[in-house]
Design a protein around this ligand. Structure first.
Ligand code: DGL
Length: 411
């Protein structure tokens, strides 16, 4: 057995030099040959050690016993359903390590202020990086929400930020009615960094989960200050920066509200319904195709093979090269439902302006207005999972969950 353990201050010799710091516990995501070290400057590094020498044993080895206060009858109950990502972690101040938060106690300890906001019920549905998210996991989350909606007044879903908006869109379509707010929240910087956004984001998400909102929302930093968060509609939001804390933006619409010390809805929003209705089926045979100049028609055709639907992210107003038209025509004739969104993200698709657009429209491509491509992709999966072909074609360009501007889609 190794004579060093998490919490010890160690000196590690590697091929690249000598490092000193506090040894961190490894997680299920860690490479077994790598040790994690919190350096004196506060940064965490993963290094392959040649030799590890303990300079100082960790001071406190006993597990800190955590407890939550007895439920306060004057506070609402909020369920926190962890799915992974940086936000679903808390810092062990003894070692500086970031652990997954598994229980109500962990969350209550990570952000003590939430104890003043709500009685917390918490559990981890799973613990993954959100790039590993899959449609079957969206369904799992949806079932957990349905269950919790019977036990609490609001639900917070900590989630990795990379694909959080896909999950938000999927949940938006799967729940035509909600009796509780469903609030997704993430953090761009882990909670062991001084610039972490985890604390404010989680606290704000709990505040939104106590409101009368009856739709799926994403709550994240509004600016690079640590004071307010935006409340984004689940079908309108996108991660627009790799690392900034205010990376999440509502596209083609304003955020539906702001939350800091106070919560204020600034746009129309859907209010709680008296029941939660879950329609969870998804048809995974849908492609999301990013067109680029030089894309071979054969690549496009392969992406349509065996599919029931596809969303094309076209250029500008919604175009692909004109030599794609016969392939599009054939796919539509074979029953593949094809929608057109734009790589521009901002503004509407319009297939009436240029000849390629008109040809695509005549071939049966459905223009999708200002719907975000990822939202259209998830929506098509949901429609194909629950409706017949004609209904899918009718509903795809309709506004079901605020995914389109109120202006009509240009047909
Ligand atoms: N790759 C990220 C994810 O989306 C991990 C960091 C984060 O929580 O954003 O899960």
């Amino acid at each position: 057995m190794a004579d060093y353990e998490p919490g010890d201050y160690v000196e590690v010799q590697t091929k690249k030099g000598v490092f000193r710091g506090v040894l961190l516990p490894t997680s299920q995501f860690s490479d077994r040959n790598v040790v994690l070290l919190k350096l004196d400057n506060g940064y965490n590094v993963g290094i392959v050690p040649d030799q590890i020498r303990v300079l100082r044993k960790g001071t406190q080895k006993k597990k800190i016993k955590k407890s939550v206060p007895a439920p306060n009858p004057n506070l609402p109950t909020v369920s926190i359903l962890g799915t992974g990502g940086t936000i679903a972690s808390y810092v062990d101040y003894r070692t500086g390590a970031v652990h997954p938060a598994l229980s109500a106690e962990d969350f209550a300890y990570a952000v003590p202020e939430i104890r003043n906001e709500a009685n917390i019920r918490a559990r981890l549905i799973f613990n993954i990086l959100s790039e590993d998210m899959k449609p079957e996991y969206w369904i799992k989350i949806a079932h957990a929400i349905k269950e919790e909606s019977e036990r609490s007044e609001g639900i917070v879903i900590p989630h990795g930020t990379d694909t959080m908006t896909y999950t938000a869109a999927a949940l938006s379509f799967m729940f035509p009615k909600l009796s509780v707010p469903v609030v997704l929240v993430g953090s761009q910087r882990s909670s062991d960094r001084p610039s972490s956004d985890a604390y404010i984001n989680l606290l704000s998400a709990v505040r939104v989960a106590k409101s009368d909102l009856g739709e799926v929302a994403v709550v994240m930093h509004a600016t690079s200050n640590d004071d307010v968060c935006h409340i984004h509609r689940g079908t309108r939001v996108r991660k627009m920066h790799t690392s900034r804390r205010d990376a999440f933006k509502s596209i083609n619409s304003a955020p539906i509200g702001v939350v800091g010390e106070e919560l204020k809805f600034t746009e129309e929003y859907v209010k709680k319904s008296d029941e939660t209705v879950l329609v969870p089926s998804l048809d995974e045979k849908v492609s999301l195709i990013y067109y680029y100049p030089g894309m071979p028609v054969s690549v496009f055709e392969r992406m349509l093979e065996g599919m029931h639907g596809a969303i094309i992210m076209g250029t500008g107003l919604g175009h692909v090269a004109s030599d794609f038209v016969p392939a599009v025509k054939k796919a539509v004739k074979d029953g593949v439902i094809i929608g057109m969104a734009s790589q521009c993200l901002y503004g509407q698709v319009n297939l009436n302006v240029y000849s390629t657009g008109r040809e695509l429209k005549n071939a049966g491509v459905i223009p999708l207005g200002d719907m975000l491509p990822e939202v259209a992709y998830v929506k098509l999966m949901w429609l194909l999972g629950n409706y017949d072909e004609e209904e899918v074609k009718r509903l795809l360009p309709e506004n079901l969950r605020g995914e389109l501007a109120s202006r009509r889609v240009l047909q």
